[in-house]
Design a protein around this ligand. Structure first.
Ligand code: GLV
Ligand code: GLV
Length: 326
């Protein structure tokens, strides 16, 4: 019997590739940058499985060509680059990698929070440019993290992991989510708030929800306007959740003291984007889960999902479990 054929849209952790190669013929996109959509279109026609990154748009026009595709395995927790409904209609399960990246991502959200509060990036940039300002009472003063109020929007695994870290800084933790989680409230000493009151009372606001089209520009001008004067906004979730024109307004009017973004819309950020002119806006290129260990774990889970799909078994981590009910 011929081995199934799979395509990996990026080179991943070698032991994960080896696992896949035990049961499948593997082809790998060799470049560090994502394959262009026309290459995905061409490849998807003759593979049984595809292992994707969040930079690969797998929309319905691409799935139309996927005559023999049995599984999509995404190496990320988020999967808004994939048209899940279209995949489900075609009976194709989609894998993702929740859980293993939770703590790493929460660490990074915290790194951004601290860096924005204490102006770490701005200060470092000055020193690298040969500017060492003499110690002065007002030089590079920022905001205290200790004892401040943290508002977490989205209280899934990552949001909760961020809340857990706040205890060490004696922060008051507020959260907003579609559903209250009273057990987590007790464990993490977090207080449920409606969105308005969370925005009004938080010194730091951090986003931890999935992206859906309904949440497009969820944080818009009105929501920034509701925030406390001098608040700091952190986004490690998805760029599309935020109206960046509105964020620019909030920065230019000094409504916000600072912002730190690991995600943008579009990615990459256009190189002439006006937010890049503001030293109090930290922007990193979508690296919150980027620790070596976590990326290895993500690759192994993506391999397991891919292999299960090729074997016609239920994916260990399936983003569209409804595919099994039809
Ligand atoms: C990263 O953004 C992920 O979804 O894993
Ligand atoms: C969301 O994906 C989460 O892990 O919180």
């Amino acid at each position: 019997m011929n081995k199934p054929r799979v395509w990996l849209t990026r080179s991943i952790y070698a032991p994960a590739v080896q696992k896949i190669a035990e049961i499948a013929e593997v082809e790998i996109w060799p470049a560090e940058s994502p394959p262009p959509p026309e290459v995905i279109l061409e490849k998807i026609e003759d593979v049984d499985g595809i292992l994707t990154m969040l930079t690969d748009p797998i929309k319905s026009n691409i799935l139309d060509r996927a005559a023999r595709l049995k599984v999509i395995s995404q190496m990320a927790v988020g999967f808004d680059n994939i048209d899940i409904e279209a995949a489900t209609r075609r009976g194709i399960p989609v894998g993702h990698t929740p859980g293993v990246l939770t703590e790493t991502t929460a660490d990074f959200a915290w790194a951004l929070l601290m860096a924005a509060a204490r102006r770490v990036v701005e200060a470092d940039r000055e020193v690298h440019q040969g500017i060492w300002r003499a110690w002065g009472p007002d030089v590079l003063t920022g905001k205290d993290v200790y004892g401040a109020t943290l508002g977490i929007i989205g209280f899934g695994r990552i949001g909760k992991a961020v809340a857990r870290r706040a205890a060490g800084f004696s922060m008051k933790v507020l959260y907003h989510a579609r559903k209250r989680d009273e057990q987590a409230e007790q464990e993490l000493k977090a207080e449920y708030r409606d969105l308005d009151s969370l925005l009004q009372d938080s010194d730091f606001i951090s986003l931890h929800t999935y992206y859906t089209p309904q949440l497009h520009h969820f944080i818009n001008r009105q929501r920034f306007a509701q925030m406390k004067d001098g608040a700091i906004f952190i986004n490690t979730a998805r760029g599309g959740l935020v109206d960046h024109e509105a964020l620019l307004w909030a920065i230019e009017t000094k409504k916000l003291a600072a912002a730190a973004l690991d995600v943008f819309d579009p990615e990459p950020i256009p190189d002439n984007h006006p937010l890049l002119n503001h030293p109090n806006v930290i922007i990193t290129p979508h690296i919150a889960s980027a620790s070596t260990q976590t990326r290895q774990k993500m690759a192994l889970i993506a391999a397991d999902n891919l292999i299960a799909g090729l074997n016609g078994k239920r994916l260990p981590y399936c983003a569209n479990p409804q595919v099994y009910n039809v």
